[in-house]
Design a binder for this molecule. Structure first.
Ligand code: NAD
Ligand code: USQ
Length: 405
């Protein structure tokens, strides 16, 4: 297949690009490199030394003989170029990862809220409108998030996208299928809830074939293909905005920094290893909906964990200390989370779990590149409200904190 990977220079996008290229697909990366600019804005860099996208593609070609083409394009701001690019290249499938994906970044200031909504919502809508206009019948696979649901399982597992309900009418009860209700907890998560409605409309109105993958928190760094060469290494975010919880605990352990648990650590979240994330995208591409089908929604996660249990696990493994800190986020202090993921299991996903020795691998990566870590960028300083912000003034080592942008 000819596959366009929008956001193919990112953390999930790069290993997905390599994996699909290794499978023999013709792969095109479309990216505006905004994530690299945000690193510059925040004064941070990936823990792992990432080469330019052009250099990464060159090394891949040298290592495997396969070509990956890179196209510098902003899908949110440059509608005409996006439409022109699609009309010229006519991909069979599109993997859409090109969004601002950090909840803390989306809550830093009004400017960051506005940017996140404009970038994510326009990007998704531009893509859908351009597909209709160009008449391209590509299968669109979008990376969404488990967080659209707000992590509450109300005692029952979160289904894969849809809920059967009954409504009282004057003629008795009537059944209806609705999208499972959303309850996003950040502006970023809100944009993913908006994406869902855009997909529902375009599938229903124009027969677009769409799969929305509601992914949990991705952890780990290497995949089979990124291991092939040092310069194919994946990016690794550790800072307070883009670093996600388990990877953060593992790098904190590696540099002898207290593990930064927000609040009681009673938050339960869904997780997936980067290798499984890549496999799931591949499985979803191989199982496309037909024209006229409703949007196919998968829960892309393999296990759930409570934040404090993860901290204790990492502390046991490495001897790190755990710091319980004021929570900068407005979120439930404790929650249970049960999630259905039957569809990927039935497509053959064999989950990689925390128990499989890969935690040590991340600590090893962190130790290898520890000299690249700026300790002052480790604490999370982005607060969900001004009131919460007033409580976040010291890092776990007692130093005064200031925001990076
Ligand atoms: P990332 O920030 O590393 O990568 C996103 C890529 O998209 C970057 O290379 C960025 O430059 C590009 N991009 C952003 N806006 C763009 C635009 N307007 N035009 C062109 N390119 C643009 O993020 P990631 O961790 O790889 O996440 C990829 C997708 O998966 C995101 O949509 C995210 O919401 C979703 N997701 C990620 C995680 C996770 O834990 N990392 C979990 C669940 C879902
Ligand atoms: N947390 C800590 N300490 C830290 C960092 C985070 O206790 O140092 C806590 C947070 O308060 C939160 C939980 O850990 O309760 C998860 O935070 P996170 O930053 O790991 O994940 P989140 O903000 O939810 O976002 C990440 C990705 C996002 C994706 C989402 C999937 O950045 O792109 O959509 O995970 S999900 O969480 O399922 O919504």
């Amino acid at each position: 297949m000819k596959i366009a990977i929008l956001g193919g220079d990112g953390f999930v996008g790069w290993p997905t690009t390599l994996h699909l290229s290794a499978q023999g697909h013709e792969v095109h990366v479309v990216d505006n490199l905004s994530r690299r600019w945000i690193d510059t804005e925040l004064g941070v860099q990936s823990l792992t030394p990432m080469d330019s996208i052009q250099e990464r593609c060159r090394i891949w070609r040298e290592t495997t003989g396969r070509a990956i083409r890179f196209h510098l394009l902003d899908i949110a701001q440059d509608y005409e170029r996006l439409k022109g690019w699609l009309a010229e290249n006519r991909p069979d499938a599109i993997v859409h990862l090109a969004e601002q994906r950090a909840a803390p970044y989306s809550m830093k200031s009004d400017r960051h809220k506005v940017y996140t909504v404009q970038n994510n919502t326009n990007g998704t809508h531009n893509l859908l409108a351009a597909l209709v206009e160009t008449g391209i019948d590509a299968h669109l696979v979008h990376l969404g998030t488990m967080g659209v649901y707000g992590y509450s399982s109300v005692g029952a597992p979160i289904p894969e996208g849809y809920l059967d309900i009954e409504i009282e009418t004057p003629n008795g009860k009537k059944g209806q299928e609705i999208l499972y209700p959303t309850r996003p907890g950040s502006v970023y998560h809100m944009t993913k809830s908006l994406d869902q409605i855009l997909f529902q409309f375009y599938a229903q109105n124009d027969g677009l074939r769409i799969t929305d993958l509601h992914q949990g928190i991705v952890w780990g760094t290497h995949t089979t293909e990124t291991r092939l060469h040092d310069q194919l290494v994946n990016r690794f975010d550790y800072d307070g905005d883009y670093g996600t919880v388990l990877n953060r605990f593992l790098i904190q352990a590696a540099i002898d920094h207290p593990l930064t648990v927000h609040g009681t650590g009673g938050q339960t979240r869904a997780f997936i290893h980067i290798q499984d994330s890549v496999r799931c995208i591949d499985l979803a591409l191989g199982d496309a909906p037909k024209t006229g089908d409703r949007v196919r929604i998968f829960n892309q996660m393999t296990e759930t964990h409570r934040v404090r249990d993860l901290a204790e696990l990492v502390a046991k493994l490495t001897g790190a200390k755990v710091a319980y800190l004021p929570n900068p986020r407005k979120e439930a202090a404790e929650n249970d989370l049960v999630v259905r993921n039957d569809q990927f299991l039935s497509l053959g996903l064999d989950p990689t779990t925390l128990a499989e020795g890969l935690l040590e691998e991340v600590v090893d990566v962190a130790r290898r590149y520890a000299h690249r870590i700026d300790r002052s960028r480790v604490p999370a300083v982005s607060a969900w409200t001004k009131e919460l912000g007033a409580k976040i003034d010291r890092d776990p080592e007692g130093k005064a904190l200031k925001s990076a942008s």
